[in-house]
Design a protein around this ligand. Structure first.
Ligand SMILES: NC(=O)c1ccc[n+]([C@@H]2O[C@H](COP(=O)([O-])OP(=O)(O)OC[C@H]3O[C@@H](n4cnc5c(N)ncnc54)[C@H](OP(=O)(O)O)[C@@H]3O)[C@@H](O)[C@H]2O)c1
Length: 287
């Protein structure tokens, strides 16, 4: 395959909407580059990365199943990517391939920019302890939250994530690191009653996911003064967000994070400010 410009690698890749909003951003700035979707199998990753190194390209986005496997092919990874143990963006810096993970930054920028929520000093409940749960927990710790409760179906994974996050405070900042507690899903209702922010980092409610109709929480257990943030972006209105509205809580869907993590990647590749509004509009239309 001909590698040039910029694009996303994954397997399969046909559901990605990144090409739509990234191309809109490139066109907005009249940058002469095409954003492509490259279907790369696990066996083909080594050849692709060798090609990328030789190519006249800005970089790539990396999605499932290559986010960890791509790391040995890079010359450098930034702090976010090494903390996450996963890379979602590579940019070509002269001859070097540099790995980043923009999920955490995208999550916080969307939280502040779209929902107007200031994380510092707040109490958060994260549901899920997979890849996105990890990015969100680390980002909230860096943003100076007071406490993080991590609820997960598999309690051991919540415990491992809590260990990874414990002791990490905002930097720079005088605050203490957050208190972090892992709990089982059965205790989620009780935990939700005393938090300011609830984030769904599971696949519950996701179209074509394991349980499309499920919400991790019912309205009765959602505080009306909390913000409920669902990382699931398809459908835009998830079962959890409907429950949150019933409870009178504020809501934020996952599309904002998707666009903001893409905006951060765009800035690494091009060095120019990402046109977030343009990208958001294109992403909404693509869904
Ligand atoms: N908006 C964005 O930019 C963005 C970015 C990343 C991800 N996401 C979305 O976030 C969701 C999670 O992605 P991920 O990459 O973190 O996935 P992942 O690493 O596979 O983790 C999946 C999580 O969902 C839990 N889970 C799965 N099925 C469940 C069920 N039936 N009941 C209860 N818990 C269940 C898993 O629990 P166990 O540990 O017990 O298996 C785990 O915590 C996806 O819907 C994805 O589309 C959105």
């Amino acid at each position: 395959m001909m590698v040039q410009g910029v694009g996303i690698i994954g397997y399969p890749i046909r559901h990605s909407i990144s090409p739509v909003f990234q191309q809109a951003a490139l066109d907005h700035h009249s940058l002469d580059a095409t954003y492509q979707a490259w279907e790369v199998t696990p066996e083909g990753l080594g050849d692709f990365m060798a090609e990328l190194r030789r190519a006249d390209a800005l970089g790539i986005n990396v999605t499932v199943p290559h986010k960890e496997a791509v790391i040995p092919y890079l010359d450098e990874v930034d702090g976010w990517a090494s903390d996450a143990g996963a890379v979602n963006t590579v940019h070509k810096d002269g001859g070097a391939l540099v790995g980043h993970n923009t999920d955490g930054i995208g999550f916080v920028r969307a939280l502040e920019g779209e929902a107007g929520f200031a994380p510092r000093g707040s109490r958060a409940l994260i549901v899920g302890a997979g890849g996105s749960g990890r990015a969100v927990a680390l980002a909230l710790a860096r943003s100076g939250v007071a406490s993080i409760t991590i609820a997960n179906r598999t309690l051991r994974r919540a415990g491992d994530l809590a260990d990874a996050v414990s002791g990490r405070g905002a930097s720079p900042g005088p605050e203490r690191p957050p208190e972090v507690e892992p709990i089982s899903l059965e205790r989620i209702a009780e935990a939700a009653s005393s938090v300011d922010l609830i984030v769904n980092c599971t696949t519950l409610g996701m179209r074509h996911g394991p349980d499309e109709a499920a919400s991790p929480l019912k309205a009765d257990h959602i505080p009306s003064n909390a913000l409920v943030y669902d990382l699931v972006y398809n459908p835009p209105d998830t079962p959890l967000l409907m429950e949150a509205r019933k409870a009178g809580a504020a809501t934020l869907g996952g599309l904002a994070m998707l666009v903001y993590q893409g905006a951060a990647a765009f800035e690494y590749w091009t060095g120019v400010e990402a046109p977030v509004e343009v990208m958001m509009k294109a992403a909404r239309a693509a869904l």
